[in-house]
Design a protein around this ligand. Structure first.
Ligand code: PGA
Length: 249
């Protein structure tokens, strides 16, 4: 049985006081959620404060990115996975479509960052997903296959224990257009098939594949009813404790 993961991606939306306020509001409202893992991802500069305030709760903290270099080194402006772990993060989101689109991330950089995250003891939430043009030209499976294989290249079966995949069709992110549960399931099943090819069926069966893209309290149930959907990466609806808690619960 795969334990579901509900992860909230706060992107660059909150000031420190707002991040703390939301985290503290969330704490009691998801305290009984033993059926899933709950993760929130504040910006780098809020990680330590938020992680400290959530200590002893069932909410885990993720970063939204990390450097491809695992160790302290001369890389001005970057933050290593080791540093994220050091301030209380347990997870890191890697290769989100906004980073692929606006910050030149490639499968190669995603692969390096994923390896750095694993080396530092973090769990990596690796994002993949096709654009609208790629879906409309029926290239979606080809594109996602290249992303999955490229992002996870060189990872061992034991590395895969700390990998979570997030399938986020770019056209569904922040647009209010969710993939239908059937469209999402089709891709999740396809991704699991690729994982079975790269790392074997037993490993593929254990990996959590999250759906992301306009997930809300109203559509989470239908998405979670699909065989290969093991949770969600939530943007907009994670910004308010109340709606995020509804999704978790
Ligand atoms: P959304 O964002 O839920 O606002 O569509 C999802 C994401 O970007 O991870």
């Amino acid at each position: 049985m795969r334990k579901p993961v509900i992860a909230g991606n706060w992107k660059m939306y909150k000031l420190l006081s707002e991040a703390v306020e939301t985290a503290l509001a969330l704490k009691p409202s998801v305290a009984n959620a033993n059926h899933c893992e709950v993760v929130i991802a504040p910006v780098f500069v809020h990680l330590k404060t938020v992680a400290d305030r959530l200590e002893g709760s069932n909410i885990l903290v993720a970063a939204q990115n990390c450097a491809p270099e695992a160790k302290q080194s001369a890389n001005t402006g970057e933050v290593s996975a080791e540093m994220l772990k050091d301030v209380g993060a347990s997870h890191v989101i890697i290769g989100h479509s906004e980073r692929r689109q606006f910050y030149c991330e490639t499968d190669e950089s995603v692969n390096k960052k994923t390896k750095a995250a694993l080396q530092s003891g973090l769990t990596a939430i690796v994002c993949v997903g096709e654009s609208l043009a790629e879906r409309e030209s029926e290239k979606l499976f080809e594109v996602v296959e290249i992303q999955v294989r490229g992002s996870l290249g060189g990872l061992t079966v034991s590395d895969m224990e700390r990998i979570i995949i997030a399938y986020e069709p770019v056209w569904a992110i922040g647009t209010g257009k969710t993939a239908t549960p059937e469209q999402a399931q089709e891709m999740h099943g396809f991704i699991r098939k690729i994982l079975a090819e790269t790392h074997g069926g037993e490993t593929a069966d254990k990996i959590r594949i999250l759906y992301g893209g306009s997930v809300k309290p109203e559509n989470i149930k239908d998405l979670m009813n699909q065989t290969d959907i093991d949770g969600a990466l939530v943007g907009g609806a994670s910004l308010e404790a109340e709606s995020f808690a509804k999704i978790v619960n």
